[in-house]
Design a protein around this ligand. Structure first.
Ligand code: CMP
Length: 140
């Protein structure tokens, strides 16, 4: 087992419905530690920068629009195999395909308003964490 860090975002559908605490409880119950956290309202440019890897996808414009409809909560999670562990408890991208007990099954509204983002690889975790957080803001 390797201790890893991963970047989590609680999306605007979460802050709109006041679900931050419920989702944080699921994260902590899974054994992940929230070692950095901030609430911010992304600009369009910040959302496009974060999702630049999806720039050519048909849903890119709508996704970036959605991510600016309200505050998000960006987090760094720490734990054994944190990247895979968080993706496991998030559930499938499309909540219609998400397993019972996962965050997206329980809370997501749609494939776009799917409540949470989690890094999909160690390389992306490192770049996504540095997009939101400085070293001094990460307190393990
Ligand atoms: P996320 O893990 O944040 O990464 C990219 C996001 O694009 C994804 O979650 C979804 O919320 C969103 N998205 C919207 N439409 C689609 C789609 N058709 N396929 C994949 N992701 C989509």
């Amino acid at each position: 087992m390797t201790v890893q860090h991963t970047l989590s975002i609680l999306k605007p559908d979460v802050t709109r419905r006041n679900l931050t605490g419920k989702i944080n409880a699921k994260i902590e119950d899974a054994g992940l530690r929230i070692i950095a956290q901030k609430r911010l309202w992304l600009t369009r440019a910040q959302a496009e920068g974060f999702y630049a890897v999806h720039a050519e996808r048909s849903f890119f414009g709508d996704l970036c629009e959605f991510m600016t409809t309200g505050p998000v909560v960006a987090q760094v999670l720490e734990g054994n195999d944190a990247i895979a562990k968080y993706r496991e408890i998030m559930g499938a991208t499309n909540p219609a395909n998400a397993a019972e007990g996962t965050i997206r099954k329980e809370f997501a509204e749609s494939i776009e308003a799917n409540s949470v983002h989690g890094s999909d690889s160690a390389e992306n975790a490192a770049s996504e964490i540095s997009y939101f957080f400085s070293r001094m803001e990460i307190v393990g």
